[in-house]
Design a protein around this ligand. Structure first.
Ligand code: SF4
Ligand code: SF4
Ligand code: FES
Length: 226
């Protein structure tokens, strides 16, 4: 099996060439109780900054998704210390001014685009930050939806901006003020308040395993028939 040399916290290891960074580190004995979560590229907990010998540029990535490379130096970014102001939604308009008041550091952005280059989710981070100036909230909400809060953009930003928090606030403002209300949800909440589902719920709560499995299969069949 082909092996490559990686360096983690100053210590070199020979690891299988086709392993992910996470598999390689666990394979040489590290046990992570923090800084790892889903192992599927979804939770953003395993962000790292890599530096390949002979290369100038930093290689950021997710340890559970990135394959090791010969001469790769790995620095974990388990969490990035940022203070998030309260995301006030009431009495605030979904506008650039609201976001700027909560995150005045937005004005410090120097347009270097580092945040975009390091994003493992291919989110056009800088472009979306500049979209706040144009009140283009739907675009920001849509394009930043895949953000996994890994913190790499904040870790590399020379202006100490945490774009992921700004996107979160924009999505919340968009949901609260700009997205049309869902009539289906309102109708369902009305039904819940009126006790329409009490009988069904009581039956499910007292059902045994077999009955629950049968109900679930029926539900699946009904769904696939739709
Ligand atoms: S926007 Fe930032 S926090 Fe979100 S996935 Fe990209 S790098 Fe990670
Ligand atoms: S890394 Fe920071 S300063 Fe550079 S474009 Fe992104 S937010 Fe702006
Ligand atoms: S462990 Fe969740 S993204 Fe890697």
């Amino acid at each position: 099996m082909e092996r490559v040399r990686i360096v983690f916290m100053g210590q070199a290891y020979e690891v299988p060439a086709l392993s992910t960074v996470l598999q390689a580190l666990e394979g040489v004995g590290y046990q992570f109780v923090r800084g790892v979560g889903c192992r599927g590229g979804l939770c953003g907990a395993c962000a790292f900054l890599g530096h390949l010998e002979g290369e100038e540029q930093i290689r950021p990535g997710l340890a559970c998704q990135s394959i090791v490379a010969d001469g790769l130096h790995i620095s974990p970014v388990p969490s990035y210390p940022v203070i998030r102001p309260p995301h006030i939604l009431e009495d605030r308009a979904a506008t650039y001014e609201t976001v700027r008041d909560a995150y005045p550091e937005l004005l410090r952005c120097i347009g270097c685009n580092t945040c975009t280059r390091v994003c493992p989710q291919d989110i056009p981070v800088m472009d979306l930050l500049s979209a706040t100036f144009r009140n283009d909230f739907f675009r920001i909400a849509d394009k930043s939806f895949d953000c996994i809060l890994c913190g790499l953009c904040a870790a590399r930003c020379p202006a100490d901006i945490a774009p992921f928090n700004i996107f979160l606030y924009v999505r919340r403002l968009t949901g609260r003020h700009l997205t049309p209300p869902s009539h289906d949800v309102a109708k369902r909440v009305e039904g819940i308040d009126a006790g329409t589902f009490e009988e069904d719920l009581d039956r499910l709560m007292s059902a045994g395993k077999e009955e629950l499995e049968q109900a679930f299969r029926g539900f699946q069949t009904a769904r696939s028939g739709n």
